[in-house]
Design a protein around this ligand. Sequence first.
Ligand code: SF4
Length: 365
Amino acid sequence: MSIRPFRDINRKKTRVINVGNVKIGGDNPISVQSMTNTLTKDVLETVKQINKIEEAGADLVRVSCPDQDSTKSLKEIVKSINIPLIADIHFHYKRAIEAANNGASCLRINPGNIGEKNKIMEVVKAAKDNGCSIRIGVNAGSLEKDILEKFKEPCPEALVESAIRNIEILENEDFFNLKVSVKSSDVFLSIGAYRKLSEKVNYPLHLGITEAGSFLPGTIKSSIGFGSLLLDGIGDTIRVSLSDDPVEEIKVGNEILKSLNLRHRGVKIISCPSCARQAFPVINTVKILEEKLSNIKTPITLSIIGCVVNGPGEASMTDIGITGGGKGNNMLYLSGVQKEKVLSDKIIDRVVEEVQKKAKEIEDQ
Ligand code: SF4
């Protein structure tokens, strides 16, 4: 049971591409990705971090490939992970070819940066031979010199012109298995660029507000930027960029999708803010529950409400609900129906038990 979205989002039906076994675009779920910050040539540490990112709910992961040691490592890394890997290539076309040959499912490279046509053709051939897609990643901080001169400053039109230029290079090589991003650290610039690009092309769009900052400001900037675009139906895969652990990027990305009812994985908790009427310590209870329930991937709604003002109402719209009552007489609700009274110090254990039971019930259906 969950609250029906007040407003249905009409997603733009973009072209569908494959990044390994993950389909991006069209009606496919909006995927969430992050990027490792280990040295890719350190296979053990990179695999360890990818496994954590995957466990946190990532669909895709990107790793940096600045040198040959890194692209060589991809062969080993992809054997030990379960999600498709995207190789981040900045300039050198040989790294792109090596990455495609060594198991990358997608290359993040701008063909305009490669230069000579024969080199571009070699990269495209390697991508085609290996079923590898390409992400064109336009960034306001690294626009082509002539585009910057033409528009005087990074603006939505400049980002879109750069994206179209790079798209055309690949299209001229009969390559269409691509997605595009037009990122900036400025929310307005990013939103403007994505909106304009979405009007012009039908390729899936990778959303990002780049270099968004540390956890709190970065989360807020990303939520505003992604939220505006996703509500417009724009966006097929997202990467939240935080100066923080990549696991946090995945958590924030999934929460953004959850809050828009675009994708629901794991337990969605509805809970009170700070308030003196709470009959049990709601804030601490929610913190502990978030941690204890982070392994649940089944979509379940849970309300943790401190008193009867909003408790019964929220409980009627969630799978499992707790409503605070005086003297430890808190009420457990299941599917909106009162089940039993629960003592304050037993809330966490009872809720975990019921969530696990519910998850199993849904999985067995
Ligand atoms: S539901 Fe009760 S405890 Fe929660 S915020 Fe409202 S008044 Fe406070």
